[in-house]
Write a protein that binds this ligand. Structure first.
Ligand SMILES: [Zn+2]
Ligand SMILES: [Zn+2]
Length: 261
């Protein structure tokens, strides 16, 4: 979940926590968009100097809601060449987890940015999906992340290759499995043009078969999105063959039963 520091979310962490308590969730976690080495890289994340403020706001939510377990994470963009920066960020605070996300296929193109939708018309969907999954596979192999975020984000605008993408999924899932990286069911996909959970059912089923660990996320950018469509996500996990999920504390993975909802 996010905070206003990323410049495109509303509501403070303590407001998200209040909503979670109303819903009866036992545990939540924040993973706002982490800074890049250059603050002018883009305009939809916290600046490097705001990292301490981010941690302080999550800590205030913990103080305000001691009955709720609140995890401190970060959603970190994976771009080749950023590895040292990500390692440096990892050392700055007592993180519970890092979610690695591929939004950028190059320094100048975030494939999920509506303002850059025209870029999709410059190449075949399969070319974009292949580059996306290759970069995601690299992220899995980097050893920098506990969880990979919204793993089929390339479907956000419902631009699908006519070809079978199963080989792309397999390569990625084998890497995730080998490096012990989890994926998430992220319910934000239901709120986008693709109108389905990230990842789609086929990819989730392959992930279950490959033994890739699973977490759940609403990717909330506002308090009313906390835990949104969570029951549907859990049901989808079961249908795909998952019997367990996982949670993270200080970047250690623990196995947990699937939630009952
Ligand atoms: Zn965001
Ligand atoms: Zn993201």
């Amino acid at each position: 979940m996010h905070t206003p520091l990323c410049r495109h979310a509303t509501g403070e962490p303590w407001e998200y926590a209040a909503q979670a308590r109303q819903l009866g969730l036992p545990e939540i976690g924040f993973a706002d968009h982490g800074p890049m080495p250059r603050d002018d890289f883009d305009d939809w994340r916290m600046k490097a100097g705001e990292l301490g403020e981010y941690v302080a706001r999550v800590e205030r939510a913990r103080r305000d809601h001691p009955q709720l377990v609140i995890k401190l994470g970060l959603e970190v963009d994976y771009l080749p060449g950023c590895e040292d920066w990500i390692r440096e960020l990892a050392g700055r605070h007592p993180w519970d987890y890092f979610i690695g996300s591929v939004h950028y296929l190059s320094e100048s193109w975030a494939i999920d940015n509506p303002a850059q939708l025209a870029r999709w018309k410059e190449r075949a969907p399969l070319e974009v999906w292949t580059a996306y999954f290759e970069r995601l596979t690299q992220a899995a192999e980097s050893g920098l992340f506990d969880i990979l975020g919204h793993v089929d984000l390339c479907k956000k605008f419902a631009i699908y290759p006519p070809e079978d993408c199963t080989p792309l999924y397999h390569r990625f899932l084998q890497a995730a499995r080998r490096h012990g990286v989890a994926i998430e069911i992220n319910t934000a996909g239901l709120r986008k043009d693709c109108r389905e959970l990230y990842p789609g059912f086929h990819l989730l089923q392959l992930a279950a078969q490959a033994g890739v660990p699973l977490t759940f996320g609403s990717d909330a950018h506002a308090p009313n999105e906390v835990g949104l469509n969570f029951a549907e996500a859990v049901a989808q996990a079961r249908r795909a063959g998952y019997t367990q999920c996982c949670r993270f504390t200080r970047r250690q993975r623990q196995v947990a039963p699937l939630p009952l909802s």
